[in-house]
Write a protein that binds this ligand. Structure first.
Ligand code: ADP
Length: 218
């Protein structure tokens, strides 16, 4: 079965989600209140509609309640974003992902039942800042305000040592949960696993502790 999504709001963010979902082989219904935006996506999306999604009857008539996953990518208009999300959750859409403009917006979205709240600009800023600070940090997944999983490239200062030798759990309070090596991945490596040059370590822990490790060991 093909995965199906509805994307509401076809600005830069929603538009790039539509492009990428289609590229990955999903079916996408693309919706925006402005016809020029919709015209732009009608060529690539599976279905496209001009609609104001703050109107419950409009959402019902488009059959959006039958979709498993809806992405609300309405930008500036916070009121429209909140109202749209509220209607989607009231109609029982199981997964509603919403782009938040700021922390207040995010808080309200959480209260009305948004399943996933994303802060693309903020998250991208954090990611880029981390990449700038260390060329060894390849990627970054925020788990909470304080915790994350980071992909760290092993350099010659730690290569050749085992996880036990480095004792990073005791020294930094963080854990190596996986090691990417060539095309394979070692999940939950044992303490005896020797780190090789070029390994990518998947490290989980508090951001401050991981950064301490990266600064000290790298
Ligand atoms: P971005 O920062 O991703 O470029 P924009 O604010 O430019 O975001 O885009 C958001 C889109 O959401 C706009 O194309 C706008 O027309 C659309 N939009 C705003 N309100 C509604 C609504 N009530 N129903 C449907 N689409 C809406």
């Amino acid at each position: 079965m093909k995965k199906e999504f509805v994307v509401i709001g076809l600005g830069r963010f929603g538009g790039s989600i539509v492009h990428e979902l289609i590229r990955l082989g999903a079916d996408v219904m693309a919706i925006d209140a402005h016809s020029e935006r919709v015209d732009e996506y009608a060529k690539i999306a599976t279905q496209a509609a001009v609609a104001d999604t703050t109107d419950e009857e409009v959402i019902k008539s488009l059959g959006i309640r039958n979709f498993e996953h809806v992405i609300v990518a309405i930008g500036e208009n916070i009121q429209a974003s909140i109202l749209t999300t509220l209607i989607l959750k009231e109609l029982g859409v199981p997964n509603v992902t919403v782009k938040a403009q700021n922390d207040y917006h995010a808080k309200v979205l959480g209260r009305i039942g948004a399943d996933q709240i994303i802060h693309p600009e903020r998250d991208m800023g954090i990611r880029i800042a981390n990449n700038l600070m260390s060329s060894n940090v390849l990627d970054y997944l925020e788990l909470s305000d304080e915790h994350s999983i980071m992909e760290i490239k092993a350099n010659d200062r730690i290569a050749g040592y085992s996880i036990k030798d480095l004792d990073i759990r005791a020294n930094y309070g963080i854990n190596i949960v996986g090691i990417k090596r060539d095309d394979s991945i070692i999940i939950s490596p044992t303490a005896d696993e020797k780190i090789l040059l070029g390994d990518i370590l998947l490290v989980i822990g508090a951001v401050v502790d991981i950064n301490r490790f990266v600064k000290k060991a790298m």
